[in-house]
Write a protein that binds this ligand. Structure first.
Ligand code: SF4
Ligand code: SF4
Length: 459
């Protein structure tokens, strides 16, 4: 199953998408419609970003356009071009839930959405719009406006604790991040014997789902079966992730629907909301509270940097004073760094763009990848450049957009009062009131998972 499709009626066979696909999953002859090999596709949506063959609702194409719009579950108010490569949308389910008084809707948006969404409304490339986005969610009628960034902080608590435990107790190393579902799919597809290297942590979105349908339902006094959880993601693969069989730790489907940044813009436009004029509003508490460490998850190296900020404390018992970890920043495809934490020299690696993964996998297989912890993101510069972000029709806009989105993410981090996940008061509270300890029994049940090939409880 793949959530990415190429529409044969629209594809001109230009093969531009085949050049960006990191896993060579697109096949076909030049000037003929292309097809995606589902077994190889990791659903990153880079082809969706790249595709320039489209139909518009104006002139002769109107009937075909209306038919395709309906097939793709998009609102009938939509007049934007429909491209050949697209992700299957579930926006109709979100609209239905918002109109259903028996549902209690909770929404959360990923770190990279707040630095991309404003571009859909004519604001400059890489505008930070966290406050306007929160206001838009309230206008749309979501009952609670929470935030994936909170769950990113939660991920760091779990993943940092797991890393320290693997390092001190001689567990499987190097440990790899598991928050990019396209990367997880890639390793499951191609190297199932190496999935033991993945952190057992679920991604922030999938940690948040079960938290919302247990703790979140409880603090709002709502029956969990009435809670409807919506994620807004820069990522086309997240809808696949939320539909994985094992993502029901709460006893319900943990995340009901995922929509992309682009689909959020469709929704805002459908209701005629003037996004640029919205006031800045706050996220709801406590599950909308986040630190700088949570927000840098959206850029390549950010998960690593966030993990170091907390890992240092876990290893040394002391607070890291300079939290800007420059050696892991940047955009090179594979970068390595050594970080001193007391006696320990932590060796870390960051891979961005899955096109750079093969030499890393070869070393891992040969047992010569001498690192403790490696972050992998499938998209060119991490989630800010994700397949679900606003579409950049002019290729030369891409470097500027990615650069600006990254830059404002770090500016946002710097401006936040707290920059380490373990200092987030809502994180401290959820462990005290509900979860117990990081990597404890409850966390294990709700926040961790297993993978194909890992011999765990994968169904
Ligand atoms: S979604 Fe990604 S992996 Fe799948 S065909 Fe498109 S570019 Fe390739
Ligand atoms: S890098 Fe981010 S946007 Fe791209 S596939 Fe991975 S999680 Fe999704």
């Amino acid at each position: 199953m793949t959530v990415i499709q190429i529409d044969k009626d629209i594809c001109t066979g230009c093969q531009e998408c085949t050049k960006v696909c990191p896993v060579y999953a697109i096949e076909g002859n030049l000037h003929e419609p292309q097809t995606i090999v589902p077994e190889r596709c990791v659903m990153c949506g880079q082809c969706v970003q790249k595709c320039k063959s489209y139909i518009s609702p104006f002139g002769r194409g109107i009937e075909l356009y209306a038919k395709k719009r309906q097939e793709r579950n998009l609102p009938d108010t939509l007049t934007e071009p429909l491209f050949a490569a697209y992700n299957v949308s579930h926006l109709d389910e979100v609209i239905a839930a918002l109109q259903d008084p028996s549902k209690f809707t909770m929404v959360q948006a990923a770190p990279a959405v707040r630095v991309g969404i404003a571009e859909e409304f004519g604001l400059p490339l890489g505008t930070l719009a966290a406050g306007k986005m929160a206001a838009a969610f309230r206008w749309l009628g979501f009952n609670k406006v929470y935030d994936v960034n909170f769950a990113a902080d939660l991920t760091i608590m779990e993943e940092g604790t797991e890393l320290v435990s693997r390092v001190t107790k001689k567990g499987v190393l190097p440990m790899f991040t598991s928050c990019c579902p396209a990367w997880v799919k890639f390793i499951e597809n191609n190297y199932p014997e190496l999935t033991k290297h993945l952190s057992t942590c679920k991604s922030p979105q999938q940690m948040f789902g079960p938290v919302l349908k247990t703790y979140g339902a409880k603090i709002n006094g709502i029956d969990p079966s009435k809670v409807f959880t919506v994620s807004v993601m820069p990522c086309t693969c997240k809808e696949f992730e939320c539909s994985r069989e094992e993502m029901k730790a709460s006893g319900h489907k943990d995340i009901d629907v995922v929509i992309t940044t682009r689909e959020l813009a469709y929704l805002i436009k459908k209701y005629g909301i003037d996004f640029a004029q919205l006031p800045n509003e706050e996220f709801d508490q406590p599950l909308g509270e986040y630190t700088g460490a949570g927000t840098i998850f959206g850029v390549t190296g950010g998960v690593m940097e966030a993990a170091i900020r907390t890992g240092y404390k876990l290893v040394t018992g002391k607070e890291l004073t300079d939290v800007d970890i420059h050696p892991v920043r940047g955009t090179d495809g594979f970068r390595i760094a050594e970080i001193k934490a007391g006696e320990l020299v932590l060796k870390v690696g960051v891979v961005t763009n899955l096109k750079n993964i093969e030499p890393v996998m070869e070393k891992l297989q040969a047992g010569t990848l001498d690192l403790h912890f490696v972050e992998v993101m499938t998209c060119p510069e991490g989630c800010v450049s994700g397949g679900g972000q606003p579409k950049l029709l002019v290729d030369s806009d891409k470097p500027e957009a990615y650069n600006n989105r990254r830059h404002v993410t770090f500016e946002h981090d710097k401006a936040l009062p707290k920059r380490k996940s373990h200092e987030n008061p809502a994180i401290v509270k959820i462990y005290a009131d509900f979860l117990g300890e990081p990597n404890g029994e409850k966390s294990h049940h709700l926040l961790h998972t297993s993978y194909k090939g890992s011999g765990g409880h994968h169904h």
